[in-house]
Design a protein around this ligand. Structure first.
Ligand SMILES: NC(=O)C1=CN([C@@H]2O[C@H](COP(=O)(O)OP(=O)(O)OC[C@H]3O[C@@H](n4cnc5c(N)ncnc54)[C@H](O)[C@@H]3O)[C@@H](O)[C@H]2O)C=CC1
Ligand SMILES: CC(=O)C(=O)O
Length: 371
């Protein structure tokens, strides 16, 4: 199969969909990989390294986009919509529930949109989201700690505290991959950490994992309101796969936070968990202030640590890309239910229940549209 790797064009998106090692695996299996010149630069992979791994370097985005299978990192931007064509296989993060225009263009052009974030194993885990969630979880605490510094606009709190001075409070809503990694770093810094989750099994796992170093609580509006009011740093990491993110922190709760506290709404890529997260920010200009609280709502946080993220992403995606390329997408998804769950659009239909409900499309089972 012919595989295209365009350069990412989102603000400070320095990741690329494949490392040279990933290219080597695909070309070794007999596929042709076309990498747009410079696509790996942000992750410190040169055109020469891609060539050595067996890729062909192409000069333009159009050439990369005109292949059969397009592998990307982020959801396409408006400037890229003209590259869509009927039957094209697009394998990338899509987050369609919060992107109605992109959904319409994919549907109108009958693109086969396979979203990394909805590929789901039988145990309900999300193997192509997990590596970037690990990154974003660690970053959420790291970034939150930085923006609590007075020089960055924060209230001037050191999360660890010092002898004789109390430590900072961190509240994490959603104890999945992002939430757990955010908590690991916050505990490491010595903060007073509370995690909320709704799933009793997950609550038990978190309690066993963290012991007494974290307060693990059942998610409900009453206790979330109390925790948020006392938080120096609040992190949003609740996901319902495919669907628009649930808003669990109301505007009133944000108003109850003290001046210059910090919110990092990691779930912003699906719309965000805070009622006040009304815009997506960029790495160039990551913060806005509402009710005196700093909001960080960057939807491509791992783009800031591209070397780690590109390698982690490629490790996860290549086995699936190989199945699509070796068998063709129809047989690949028939043989692998996890990959079937990744299909969000096909033949002009929306095939993810969460996306269909969020955007008002009829939901059609992907399996009914696969030969
Ligand atoms: N902004 C960025 O750059 C990035 C954003 N993300 C996003 O972060 C979000 C979280 O991702 P993961 O941690 O991988 O998901 P996950 O599926 O591992 O975790 C979600 C957790 O939310 C819990 N949950 C569901 N409903 C809840 C409720 N009402 N209250 C409390 N908890 C509830 C689930 O039980 C689960 O433990 C996703 O939207 C993902 O796309 C991930 C990576 C990068
Ligand atoms: C998950 C996602 O959208 C990202 O890593 O940018």
């Amino acid at each position: 199969m012919k595989i295209g790797i365009p350069t990412e064009i989102l603000n400070n998106e320095n990741r690329v969909a494949l490392t040279p090692a990933g290219v080597h695996t695909l070309t070794g299996a007999g596929h042709e990989v076309y990498v747009q010149t410079g696509a790996g630069e942000g992750s410190s992979f040169s055109d020469e390294e891609y060539t050595e791994a067996g890729a062909m370097i192409v000069a333009t985005a159009k050439e990369a986009w005109s292949q059969e299978l397009i592998m990307k990192v982020k959801e396409p931007l408006e400037e890229e919509y003209d590259y869509f064509y009927e039957g094209q296989i697009l394998f990338t993060y899509l987050h369609l529930a919060s992107h109605p225009e992109l959904t319409k263009v994919l549907v109108d052009n009958k693109v086969i949109g396979i979203a990394y974030e909805t590929v789901q194993l039988p145990d309900r885990s999300l193997p192509l989201l997990t590596p970037m969630s690990e990154v974003a979880g660690y970053m959420a605490t790291q970034i939150g700690a930085q923006f609590l510094e007075k020089t960055k606009g924060g209230k001037g709190i050191l999360l660890s505290g010092i002898s004789g001075v109390k430590r900072g409070k961190v509240t994490i809503i959603g104890g999945g991959v992002v939430g757990t990694n955010a908590a690991k770093l916050a505990v490491g810094l010595g903060a007073n950490v509370t995690i909320f989750d709704l799933n009793p099994v997950r609550l038990k796992e978190l309690t066993e994992y963290f012991g007494n170093s974290v307060n693990v609580l059942m998610s409900n509006p009453f206790d979330i309101a109390k925790a948020i009011a006392e938080s120096d740093l609040a992190i949003g990491s609740v996901l319902i796969p495919g669907a628009k993110a649930p808003v669990l922190v109301t505007e009133e709760m944000v108003q109850s936070m003290s001046e210059s506290s910090v919110i990092v709404d990691v779930a912003i890529d699906q719309g965000g968990n805070f009622a006040t997260s009304d815009r997506v920010t960029t790495h160039d200009d990551p913060i806005f202030i509402k009710h005196g609280v700093l909001h960080y709502t960057v939807a491509n946080m791992p783009g800031a640590v591209p070397r780690t993220s590109t390698i982690g992403l490629t490790n996860a995606t290549v086995p699936y890309a190989l199945q699509i390329a070796n068998k063709g997408y129809e047989k690949a998804v028939r043989d692998n239910d996890a990959l079937l769950k990744g299909i969000n659009t096909i033949a002009g239909k929306v095939t993810n229940q969460g996306v269909a409900s969020a955007l008002g499309y009829d939901f059609v089972e992907a399996s009914s549209l696969i030969k």
